[in-house]
Unconditional design. Structure first.
Length: 255
């Protein structure tokens, strides 16, 4: 395609850049990430979860991970704060008997003290003091988080004027220290940086529009020259590559 055809294709991706829940199927097969982490978060949860536990899933998105756990619905609660996802959760989770509430993970959680045996959180915000409040003594908190260094090469490619990550303090050591300070015992943890690869620039356009907190101000018009550079990289190398930053923690609330 010539330059104008490329631009029109990228604008088309920009126009359809929205998601239902946390569904990246629009670019499946056009990019890869999180396919070689040294842990699998769902399996990590299953190692610690039992059916008799009261479970809370934070920032549940559209409930995708939560429903895949097959935890008894009557012992399951979830929160989500993003309005389109809240609507989806009300349509999907409430009819199943799951105790869904609209809430942000960093705010006061809408549950009584010592309500849960296990709290799961994949890529969501949380407040360590609130976790301690809603967990029973001995209760577990399991989280996988996106680290501060996530996608930084891709951000520099598309938005070279942005130098600092949106949450520079978001790293394993800081999060572990925070939990220890709130009376948790950290049972295990891990951290990894792995490739993220895009096989067409349109997929990168869609991704950057969705992950707007990492790519603030990105648009095809604003970043057209950088997109042509990305296309040149793709033509030379067959792939546009960056790196993801992930860490996980399993912590137990002490009495």
């Amino acid at each position: 395609m010539n330059a104008d055809e490329l631009k029109q294709a990228w604008l088309a991706e920009e126009r359809v850049a929205h998601i239902h829940g946390w569904d990246f199927s629009h670019i499946h097969g056009r990019y890869t990430e999180e396919d070689d982490l040294p842990w699998e978060f769902r399996e990590l949860i299953h190692r610690h979860r039992t059916d008799d536990m009261q479970l809370l899933d934070m920032d549940t998105g559209g409930g995708e991970l939560l429903l895949s756990l097959h935890h008894p619905n009557e012992r399951t609660a979830a929160i989500e704060g993003h309005p389109p996802n809240v609507k989806l959760c009300k349509e999907v989770l409430l009819p199943l008997g799951i105790d869904f509430k609209e809430a942000d993970g960093e705010e006061t959680l809408p549950f009584p003290d010592e309500s849960f045996d296990i709290v799961t959180n994949r890529h969501g915000a949380y407040d360590a003091a609130e976790l301690r409040r809603v967990l029973r003594p001995g209760g577990l908190f399991l989280t996988q988080q996106v680290g501060a260094d996530n996608d930084r090469e891709l951000v520099r490619l598309l938005l070279p004027h942005i130098e600092q990550a949106p949450e520079p303090e978001q790293c394993l050591d800081a999060r572990v220290s925070e939990l220890l300070g709130q009376g948790f015992e950290v049972m295990e943890s891990g951290e990894a940086r792995r490739p993220i690869r895009f096989y067409d620039v349109g997929a990168l356009v869609w991704f950057a529009r969705i992950i707007e907190w990492e790519f603030p101000g990105f648009s095809v018009e604003n970043c057209l020259e950088q997109l042509y550079e990305a296309q040149a990289i793709l033509d030379r190398a067959g792939v546009i590559e960056g790196s993801i930053h992930r860490f996980y923690i399993v912590a137990r609330r002490t009495p």
